[in-house]
Structures are given as structure tokens and as C-alpha cells.
Design a protein around this ligand. Structure first.
Ligand code: SF4
Length: 360
């Protein structure tokens, strides 16, 4: 079973009942696509996201109707709720009063010092953090004039500018994102930020695209960062059902051994030696294990020639043979199973292994 690699240490920041940063595992975030004032639709979408494995959810807050809906939404969901404010400090105050678990607002955009103080004091009183969201597409004019165009240094400078405003008010429950739709720029900005301050980093490649292209783009950028131990929470941004964002994020965490509660599928690419209908079996098994909350590795291989040996790291798997399958564990064949029942038998064995994991 996978071992979990812990992240490089950052300051721990509490968000509802979880702690982002410190030596904690990465948390998966997504954002509701509904109108926030439509409580029924928003709650329904958030519950679907929870079911998919979302651990923190954000909602837009463009107006008072949305801000006043926060309390009702909070009561009906089970994961921390982040409220996205942008500029209007009054909306921030309402959202905080309504029970937001975190707000996303850039203090440098709020305006007069009294307004910033009002928001910071409200966050302090409720013990909730602020996410500073730097975006390459909306850097401060002063920074753009200095660098000529959005650069990683400019993005970090922008983050430090907002951080300083909060630190001067003795506020340190800060999480920072530095998003760009240019993968290279985002990666460089996060790398520089991870050296410039120790606040937890919220990873994201913004406006990354549709399900297919956005997944590839996010995997390229976020993968480079995860490999270096950078990042404490992540959101995959897709022009798709947000449930897909959560699925992609979960898969990414699994790739880097950062998920303690999800099973992984290993399946062969198939070739002329194939003995079973591997593609449909792989899809069926993948769907089945998406509900398994143990870090099992499950292999599905087209033939037994290189089969079990090729997937030695798998906890369990099947390899096709003529008219039957070989059920194997850790590279060793356990028994032969008829083709007609092999997927069902595999599922039973997966359930047993998952139970053993939880009984340990
Ligand atoms: Fe080909 Fe068998 Fe390897 Fe699959 S497991 S790629 S079918 S040799």
C-alpha cells in the first residue's frame, strides 16, 4: 500500500475543522458553480462535491443576497466553506458573521485602512483565515510598471504586499495562491513564493481549460510543484462539472503518494497478447475502486505473459489468460478464476483487503 509523503513544513492554518499547512496532507478544494443565493442548488452541488472527495469548498459572493445565504448553506454541508469576496469589505463582514470558515480577499484591494481593519478584526474574532489570491492577470499597476508584464517575481511581490498589510495588523492566519494560466509562470511563482514566506500555499493553474486539456495542463503544472513538496491545498480549475475537478485532484494526489484514502488502478496499455476485454474491465474496476477509501493498488492486465510480474507493486490484481483470469497479490498468483466471474471475484477480494486495512 502507498506510503504518504508529508509536505515541507509551513505555518499551520485552521480552516473550519481542518488544518491546512503544517505537516498535514494536501486538501482538495473546488468551487461551486451555482448562484450562491440559490441555497438549494448550491447545497446540492456541494454535497455532490463532498461525495466525490472534496474537502474544502468555495462559493462566489458577488452581492448581499449571496453573503446572507452563507449561514443557511453552512448548516447543510459538512466541509469548510470559503467565501470569495474580491473588493467589497461589507460583503466580507456579512459572510464572516454568517459563519464563513475562510474568506478570499486581497487586503490591498479593500481600500481605506479602517475597512481592512474591520475585516481583519472580524476574522480574528471568529478565528478564521484569509486567503490572498494573486492572479497574474490582475497584478497591481505599480508592479506591472516595474516588471513590464506579469512575472513570477512580480506575483511574489504582490503577495508580499498583501501579506504585509495583514502582518502589520498582527494577523497571520494567511493562505496564499499565485495563479496564472501560463503553466511555467505559475510554477515559477509558487517556487519563489515557497522560499519567500512560510504561509501555506493554495495551488492552482487558473483558466486551464476544458476537462481534457485542462486536466493535462493542471497535471503538468501542479505535478511539477507536488513533486517538489510545494503546496498545501489545491484546486484544479476546469470548464466542466466541478466534480470532475475533484476527481482530477484526487488522481493527482494519488500519483504523488499524497492520498491516504483512495485506491489506485494500474492497467496495462494492451497489446497483441491481450486475452480479455481489458479496456471495459479497467473502466469497471476504476469506477468500483473510486468508492474504496483505502490506499490499495489494484492492477488489471491483459495477459499473464508479463502480467503479475509487471504489476508487482500492486496489492491485488487480475491478469487475463485464455478463457480465464489469474488473481494475484503482490506479484504472486493466488488462484485461477473463470473469465465470466473474474471481475466480481476481484471486487470481493478488494473489499476484503480494504476491510483488513481499516481493521489494522
Ligand atoms: Fe500486452 Fe500482456 Fe503487457 Fe498487457 S500485460 S501490455 S496484454 S503483454
Amino acid at each position: 500500500m502507498s506510503e504518504i509523503i508529508h509536505r515541507s513544513k509551513t505555518r499551520p492554518v485552521k480552516v473550519g475543522d481542518i488544518t491546512i499547512g503544517g505537516s498535514n496532507e494536501l486538501f482538495i478544494q473546488s468551487m461551486a458553480t451555482t448562484k450562491t443565493h440559490d441555497v438549494e442548488a448550491t447545497v446540492a452541488e456541494i454535497l455532490r462535491l463532498e461525495e466525490a472527495g472534496c474537502q474544502v469548498v468555495r462559493v462566489a459572493c458577488p452581492d448581499e443576497r449571496a453573503a446572507y445565504a452563507i449561514g443557511d448553506i453552512k448548516k447543510r454541508i459538512n466541509i469548510p466553506l470559503v467565501v470569495d469576496i474580491h473588493f467589497d469589505y461589507k460583503l466580507a463582514l456579512i459572510a464572516i458573521e454568517q459563519g464563513a470558515d475562510k474568506i478570499r480577499i486581497n487586503p490591498g484591494n479593500i481600500g481605506r485602512r479602517e475597512k481592512v481593519e474591520a475585516v481583519v478584526n472580524a476574522c480574528k474574532a471568529k478565528g478564521i483565515p484569509i486567503r490572498i489570491g494573486v492572479n497574474a492577470g490582475s497584478l497591481e499597476r505599480k508592479i506591472l510598471e516595474k516588471y513590464g508584464y506579469p512575472t513570477a517575481d512580480g506575483m511574489v511581490e504582490s503577495a508580499l504586499h498583501h501579506i504585509k498589510i495583514l502582518e502589520d495588523l498582527d494577523f497571520h492566519d494567511i493562505i496564499v495562491s499565485l495563479k496564472a494560466s501560463d503553466v511555467g509562470l505559475a510554477v515559477e511563482a509558487y517556487e519563489k513564493a515557497s522560499k519567500a514566506f512560510d504561509y501555506p500555499l493554495h495551488l492552482g493553474i487558473t483558466e486551464s481549460g476544458t476537462l481534457f486539456s485542462g486536466t493535462v495542463k493542471s497535471a503538468a503544472g501542479l505535478g511539477a510543484l507536488l513533486q517538489k513538496g510545494i503546496g498545501n491545498t489545491l484546486r484544479v480549475s476546469l470548464s466542466a462539472d466541478p466534480v470532475e475537478e475533484v476527481k482530477v485532484a484526487r488522481e493527482m494526489l494519488k500519483v504523488f503518494g499524497l492520498s491516504s484514502n483512495a485506491a489506485t488502478l494500474i492497467s496495462c496499455p494492451t497489446c497483441g497478447r491481450i486475452e480479455i476485454d481489458l479496456i471495459s474491465i479497467a473502466n469497471e474496476v476504476e469506477e468500483y475502486i473510486s468508492h474504496i477509501k483505502a490506499p490499495l493498488k489494484v492492477a488489471v492486465l491483459g495477459c499473464a505473459v508479463n502480467g503479475p510480474g509487471e504489476a508487482r507493486e500492486a496489492d491485488i490484481g487480475i491478469a487475463g489468460a485464455r478463457g480465464e483470469g489469474l488473481l494475484f497479490m503482490h506479484g504472486k498468483t493466488v488462484r485461477k478464476v473463470p473469465e465470466a466471474t473474474m471481475v466480481d471475484e476481484l471486487k470481493v477480494e478488494i473489499d476484503k483487503l480494504a476491510q483488513e486495512y481499516f481493521d489494522k
